[in-house]
Design a binder for this molecule. Structure first.
Ligand code: NAD
Ligand code: ZN
Length: 365
């Protein structure tokens, strides 16, 4: 029977409007005065925007510190710990607001920092479900690329380099307090990256709809996201402003969907590729889904149509030179994701996703 989730939480407030980034300073000022916050604001920004005028800093009345984030590699638990040390070495007391401006990597770093400033210990201590004890610092998210749903989800994904665990702080405290959703900002995104990241919302939702852990909330969001993605990625210009707005909506709804459901088979295999070969989340997802006709026949057909329509060529032969130990690592860092694998394949998932089966899939990538 389809169930209703017994707890869920959504974003408290957001603005979704063209050029709303220009209101960032006034939004910041109004939040500070409403909440009587007079402390410093920590702003994390994707380093793509270094030297570019994204908003008018001179209109911000709060004191603020900007840290540019290199997104070449995905966030790690150590990297998040270092951000805190870097900030606290300079100011000794935590900021009162944390802002993340960027894609999933920066948004997740901002969420993780916000939680850690109010919780002792290290980022790795909170990888899992509902481990964060205290509410984090007020957090504002400004996505600059759409698809991951990091802006609305209840997690912030990090790779733990010590044990290869790619997992977030799944917690209601990982939800942003305020979002500025401005589809104009994504104009500068590279075409392939736009496709890969956009597909993340399609993939989250197909995995959720194909799994056994279902509920009306998640399904309703997911079905809408699948429709929106098909409209966008089967159109002639996936990156026109209207489609960028639709994708921003799809990404937001996809994050809500996944907050009350679970991913499936694509994400665990994709995590293996990210941990072992350093392939970014969204490209890795596409590479995996492209080889999963057997598990997701209907959605993989749809995916291939969208790929063709947009003329996106996935990279090939990425696992050609791997040795047996590397294939074993790919399997190890995939099969450890029990929750989504149970959702996709049932309790006996290890009997279906055997080492041989996983190797067969990875070999084709
Ligand atoms: P990203 O943050 O990794 O950035 C990808 C690339 O796009 C970078 O090169 C970045 O500089 C560039 N970019 C971003 N905005 C741009 C702009 N406006 N113009 C030009 N370039 C721009 O991108 P992503 O794909 O959104 O995020 C992937 C990360 O999100 C992974 O770490 C993944 O694990 C995480 N994730 C999180 C969740 C969640 O719910 N928290 C869900 C899925 C994925
Ligand atoms: Zn994802």
């Amino acid at each position: 029977m389809i169930q209703i989730p017994n707890t869920t939480k959504n974003i408290k407030e957001f603005i979704f409007e063209k050029n709303s980034i220009n209101s960032f300073p006034s939004i910041l000022n109004s939040i500070s005065s409403k909440k009587r916050l007079s402390g410093r604001v920590l702003i994390l920004i994707d380093d793509f925007f270094m030297g570019k005028k994204l908003f008018k800093g001179d209109n911000i009345t709060n004191e603020y510190e900007i840290i540019f984030i290199d997104t070449e590699k995905e966030p790690t638990t150590d990297g998040v710990d270092k951000l805190l040390v870097q900030y606290l070495n300079k100011y000794s007391i935590p900021p009162e607001i944390v802002v993340g401006i960027g894609g999933g990597s920066v948004l997740d770093s901002a969420k993780a920092c916000s939680n850690l400033f109010n919780n002792d210990g290290k980022a790795e201590d909170y990888q899992g479900w509902d481990l964060v004890k205290n509410e984090g610092i007020f957090k504002i998210g400004i996505p600059t690329i759409s698809g991951t749903g990091a802006e609305s989800s209840r997690t912030c994904v990090m790779i733990n380099p010590k044990n290869g665990l790619k997992l977030g702080m799944n917690s209601n405290y990982s939800i942003f307090d305020f979002l500025i959703l401005d589809p104009v900002i994504s104009l500068t995104v590279d075409k392939n990256q736009y496709f890969y990241t956009g597909m993340d919302s399609f993939i989250h939702c197909l995995e959720s709809l194909s799994g056994s852990y279902r509920n009306y909330f998640g399904d309703t969001y997911s079905e809408k996201v699948i429709d929106l993605c098909e409209e966008i990625f089967l159109s002639n210009d996936m990156m026109c402003l209207e489609n960028r707005s639709k994708l921003m909506l799809a990404s937001y709804l996809g994050g809500c969907a996944i907050a009350s459901s679970l991913v499936g088979l694509v994400h665990p295999l994709s995590a293996g590729l990210s941990v072992v070969l350093g392939i970014h989340h969204c490209e890795a997802n596409c590479l995996v889904l492209n080889q999963l006709d057997e598990f997701y026949p209907e959605y993989s057909k749809k995916f291939k149509r969208m790929l063709d329509r947009q003329g996106i060529k996935l990279r090939k032969n990425l696992t050609d030179n791997l040795n047996e130990n590397q294939f074993k690592d790919l399997y190890k860092f995939s099969i450890m994701h029990e929750k989504p694998l149970k959702n996709a394949l049932g309790e006996n998932f290890k009997e279906i996703l055997t080492y041989q089966k996983a190797k067969e899939i990875f070999t084709k990538i």
